[in-house]
Design a protein around this ligand. Structure first.
Ligand code: C5P
Length: 205
């Protein structure tokens, strides 16, 4: 069974995908980490995330990079959304994601283009969203919880800029697959969002 979970930053898709994976006993891949690894790789090499050549050179990272705590930073997120616009970068990361989705027994993947590009034949697809304001508040709480001093307005600005870049790009833009169930988590706590997600998946399998 393959479950595809897509949506914008801080929509709750990662938490939901993890909970679904635990519930169904499936392996889970947060595909945003792959793009973050490329973005962070470019920054650490002193390159420019706006350069396709620098981005492509950073696509050959090893699995241990995916545990790097630097991937959680806003700098890595921003660089990820820049490098992810290049079709060459998406192509370089494609097979790894398809292999993960194709594991015997299935998998849960979350990202921006799982239901549309990586696993168009997924058994269940969810598109998880929430208002930009609610997502900014969540991300702000998360960052301040990590001890960082950040302003809510700045977080909201970054979220809007990332939404815009992810939705406007021509290579695999962020969009809901036609056959995906829409889950708006704006007014839902974590437990309620997970319960709704579970019900939506169960109605589809
Ligand atoms: O999900 P996360 O916020 O970690 O993703 C970071 C960035 O990576 C996104 O803003 C997006 O530009 C890119 N991404 C993507 N396709 C995916 C997952 C993430 O383009 N499947």
């Amino acid at each position: 069974m393959i479950i595809a979970v897509d949506g914008p930053a801080a929509s709750g898709k990662g938490t939901i995908a993890k909970a679904l994976a635990r519930h169904f006993g499936l392996p889970h891949l947060d595909t945003g980490l792959l793009y973050r690894a490329v973005g962070l790789g470019v920054l650490r090499a002193g390159g420019d995330p706006a350069s396709p050549d620098d981005a492509l050179a950073a696509c050959h990272f090893t699995d241990d990079m995916l545990d790097d705590t630097g991937l959680k930073s806003e700098a890595a997120a921003k660089a990820a959304s820049q490098v992810s616009a290049y079709p060459e970068v998406r192509a370089a990361l494609l097979q790894r994601q398809k292999d993960f989705a194709g594991q015997p027994g299935g998998a849960v993947l979350d990202g921006r283009d799982i239901g549309t590009v990586i696993a168009p034949h997924a058994d269940a697809k969810l598109f998880v969203t929430a208002s930009a304001e609610v997502r900014a508040e969540r991300r702000h709480r998360e960052l301040t919880g990590l001890g960082l001093t950040v302003h809510l307005e700045a977080v909201l600005h970054d979220i809007r800029a990332r939404d815009e870049r992810d939705s406007a790009r021509s290579a695999a833009p962020l969009r809901k697959a036609e056959d995906a169930a829409l889950l708006d988590t704006s007014d839902l706590g974590i437990d309620a969002a997970v319960q709704r997600a579970l019900a939506l998946v169960e109605a589809r399998i």
